[in-house]
Design a protein around this ligand. Structure first.
Ligand code: PLP
Length: 442
């Protein structure tokens, strides 16, 4: 390397060079305006020029323990030095210990894990497991859901991100969720469950392998299921021999104030998928947890699935250390108590700002939904689109050094679980000022 290439790039150079040679995710390239990032620590990250941002989205709702935790960094360094890679047919210490640790914290009799590279791949393997276990082929999923962007997982996804990938994986059937009740404050659990059961009957129960759902829906709007919904789904799945697959890629690992969101309702799914918070995204790793009887099925039958990097020792070591951090620093409890403060702050925003149509949260998993009218709930930007007001709000947050995801007519409030109450209040003060922009459009 020449000394010229070693010189750190300025923020502008970094953005220009990155844009020149890489295709940005989910974007028209001319519209991409990335924040240059040089380093991060705790709830903050910095540009090369030293502008500081509060990471109010934990990057992709994933850096739950905060940035740069030395315990995880050291575990990764030690593992790379000792055994950077072993193929998935081997047995390694981090994989062995991680499985045992996850068995302690996952619900019910989920105690066997298939380790993947990320969330989408965990969901794809959950589909394979369900199909091979039941001998059936259809998978039910919900319209307001996101399950990943690989060819199979994007078919499971119900929202408009699916459209460009169609025709997708065969055998996926979408159903409705209790969204309208969640948004408008009435209970439509019975309607959603009736729709699910009718769909099961119309599709033929003997053809349906699994029903995949986000326990708490993330990117489609932090939709917390009404009490009774998950139990109702559990009962229908049991009644028809369909595997209940809970996608906790985003909701898992303390985000909602429990290890897993299903713990709030004491429901045990047959398969539980995870990623993101599993390693706090320091390195990639995902997993499918399965109940013992499902694992038993593969005792004498081959499970057809596996990639070169599955059960990667560095990922497993990082996950083990990350789980240690959640436990040592009592981050699940912290998410619960700081989450209670966030709920109050969200309620204050809703009371003050006419453009806030709804402000929902569970733990430190929150979202503000912006509307032009509270009466009609006309969104501030169309579903799957944007508007001048939402763009202006995004620019304001960026200028003020608050990073969060502004998407459609919503923005998220998902800080790392290590955020203090004072830091949380500071961030909400910026949000409070920003909402004056959208209030003008009411
Ligand atoms: N499932 C849910 C609920 C998610 O939110 C995501 C990512 O945002 C995924 C699956 C896909 O995970 P990954 O991007 O790690 O493949």
């Amino acid at each position: 390397m020449t000394s010229e290439t070693q010189k750190p790039l300025s923020g502008d150079e970094l953005v220009a060079l990155t844009k020149k040679h890489s295709l940005y995710e989910w974007s028209a390239q001319s519209k991409v305006d990335p924040i240059p990032v040089a380093r991060s620590k705790g709830i903050h990250f910095w540009t090369p020029e030293g502008k500081r941002f509060v990471d109010f989205n934990s990057q992709l709702m994933s850096v739950n323990i905060g940035h740069g935790d030395e315990r995880v960094v050291r575990a990764i360094q030690d593992q790379v030095a000792k055994l950077a890679y072993a193929n998935p047919f081997m047995a390694t210490e981090p994989r062995a210990r991680l499985g045992a640790k996850l068995a302690e914290i996952t619900p019910g009799d989920i105690d066997v894990f298939f380790f993947t590279n990320a969330g989408a791949e965990a969901n794809e393997n959950a589909v394979k497991l369900a199909r091979q276990f039941t001998g059936r082929h259809k998978i039910l999923a919900r319209y307001r859901s996101y399950h990943g962007a690989t060819a199979g997982a994007i078919s499971l996804t119900g929202d408009p991100r699916r459209w460009a990938a169609e025709p997708g994986m065969a055998g996926v059937v979408h159903v409705l969720d209790p969204y309208h009740g969640i948004q408008r404050g009435w209970d439509d659990t019975a309607t959603a469950l009736a729709n699910l059961e009718e769909t099961i009957q119309l599709e033929g129960p003997q053809t349906i392998a699994g029903f995949i759902l986000e326990t708490v829906t993330g990117t489609n709007g932090i939709l917390v299921p009404p009490d009774g919904y998950l139990q109702g789904v559990r009962d229908l799945c049991t009644k028809y021999g369909i595997l209940m697959i809970c996608d906790e890629v985003m909701a898992g690992f303390g985000r909602t104030g429990e290890w897993f969101a299903v713990d709030h309702w004491k429901v045990v799914p047959d398969l539980l998928t995870m990623a993101k918070g599993l390693t706090a995204s320091y390195v990639p790793l995902g997993a499918v947890g399965m109940r013992r009887h499902i694992a038993e099925h593969f005792k004498d039958k081959v499970f057809y699935g596996g990639l070169t990097y599955n059960s990667h020792p560095v990922g497993c070591a990082a996950a083990l250390a990350t789980i240690g951090v959640y436990q040592e620093d009592r981050l699940i409890e912290r998410a619960r108590s700081t989450g209670a403060v966030m709920k109050q702050l969200l309620a204050q925003l809703a009371a003050k700002h006419p453009s806030v149509g709804a402000a929902r949260s569970i733990g430190l998993f929150g979202l503000v939904e912006l509307v032009r009218s509270r009466k009609t709930l006309e969104p501030m930007a169309p579903f799957n689109g944007t508007s001048e007001e939402m763009q202006a709000l995004g620019r304001f947050f960026r200028q003020e050094g608050l990073y969060t995801m502004v998407r459609w007519n919503t923005f998220f409030t998902n800080p790392p679980l290590v955020i203090t109450e004072a830091q949380l209040r500071e961030a909400f003060e910026i949000i409070d000022r920003g909402l004056e922009i959208t209030d003008r459009a009411v």
